[in-house]
Design a protein around this ligand. Structure first.
Ligand SMILES: Cc1ncc(COP(=O)(O)O)c(C=O)c1O
Length: 364
């Protein structure tokens, strides 16, 4: 069956920015400034402005962004980091790679975001940091965590470029936000890319060194660092897309509210928390017998997806934590019931109508 409506359509965005990218890339080629060229600093300044933050440091991908932010904040061996069980695996892997241990927290069944009350209850002597994940495009509440003495908060904002909570943007809740510019994100590169956004000058300085072999001065390496720089060619793409991000996010919100009108309780439309400006990285509903509904929709040419089918506590990568089925019931239930519908800037009303028609036909 040919795809009638894809889950994500990047071609439309690519066409919109093609001329800007071609012009920008020829500037890079003329100067052969492939590593940390001026376009990287230009994008960092623009993205910091977009987030109303003082600093943005571009890195190679979103996983590195989380790891480097944790390391720069002094989180590592012997520390525990609270993270939601309901997230993409990268959140957990970044914690482990920083040398710390992950302490998982179940999600709020209404929003799928980390349950803040449970996170507070899981704090212990080893708790050193928390990484709330602004999942699907809305900011995870963290007011009760930010006031815990000596607990560092790094926001995982991979899915939330442009989201706000009570008017505040990513990076203003914790000491830093880490984000991903994976191609399908609201702001996506033409490959891997990521960034850290912060108002903290010390953290910004440390991350800038860590991404560049631990160096602030060429050939001097006072500490162990990484090769994790934002590629100059990707910075050109990101600047071109950033100029359109507000409009593209508005298109997502508009499409989400059209779905809200068309979808009823048979498929539990997503909930936006009061105070949140959601940017709908994903539009996630819940259905009974999800796998059958998904298969039928795919047969009808609708590109649906599941984010995420296997909770991270049941992944081999976290097997050392000794978790079992039943440990995080809200996350496990969501993993069996959630379904992501096609949503991207430029999706048309008639495409959305096709999606909803296929959805209700599949539900029966
Ligand atoms: C919530 C979340 N955290 C972290 C990441 C990791 O980002 P990247 O793929 O750029 O390493 C992603 C996306 O892949 C994500 O969705």
């Amino acid at each position: 069956m040919t795809v009638q409506v894809p889950l994500v359509d990047l071609d439309r965005q690519t066409e919109e920015i093609r001329a800007d990218v071609e012009a920008g890339w020829s500037g890079v080629l003329e100067r052969s400034a492939f590593i940390l060229g001026s376009q990287v600093a230009d994008f960092e300044a623009s993205f910091a402005r977009f987030c109303e933050a003082r600093f943005c440091i571009g890195v190679a991908n979103g996983t590195d962004a989380i790891e480097l932010a944790l390391r720069a904040a002094g989180v590592g061996r012997g520390n525990e980091v609270l993270i939601p069980a309901n997230t993409f695996i990268a959140t957990a892997l970044a914690v482990l790679r920083a040398g710390a241990e992950a302490r998982l927290v179940d999600c709020d069944p209404a929003t799928y975001l980390m349950d803040q009350g449970e996170a507070v209850a899981r704090l212990n002597r080893k708790s050193r940091a928390v990484v709330p994940v602004h999942l699907f495009g809305q900011i995870a509440p963290g007011d009760d965590l930010i006031t815990v003495p000596d607990l560092v908060m790094i926001e995982d904002a991979a899915q939330a470029q442009g989201a706000r909570r009570h008017g505040r943007a990513i990076g203003s809740f914790g000491i830093a936000a880490a984000t991903s510019f994976y191609p399908g994100k609201n702001l996506g590169a033409f490959g891997d890319a990521g960034a850290i956004v912060t108002n903290d000058p010390e953290l910004a300085k440390k991350v800038s060194a860590l991404r560049n072999w631990g160096s602030t001065e060429k050939y001097h390496h006072p500490e162990v660092g990484f090769n994790s720089r934002l590629d100059t060619l990707q910075a050109v793409v990101l600047s071109a897309k950033l100029a359109r991000l507000t409009q593209w996010n508005e298109e997502r919100v508009k499409a989400a509210s059209l779905y809200d009108q068309m979808i009823d309780d048979r498929a539990k439309p997503p909930i936006t928390l009061p105070g949140n400006d959601h940017v709908f990285h994903l539009y996630v509903i819940e259905v009974d017998d999800r796998d059958t509904v998904m298969a039928k929709m795919q047969q009808a040419g609708i590109g649906v997806g599941v984010h995420y089918p296997v909770p991270i506590h049941l992944q081999g990568a976290l097997g050392h934590l000794g978790h079992k089925v039943g440990d995080f019931p809200n996350t496990e239930r969501a993993a069996q019931r959630m379904l992501s519908l096609p949503l991207f800037p430029g999706i048309t009303e008639s495409e959305q109508e096709q999606v909803v028609e296929a959805l209700f036909a599949a539900i029966g």
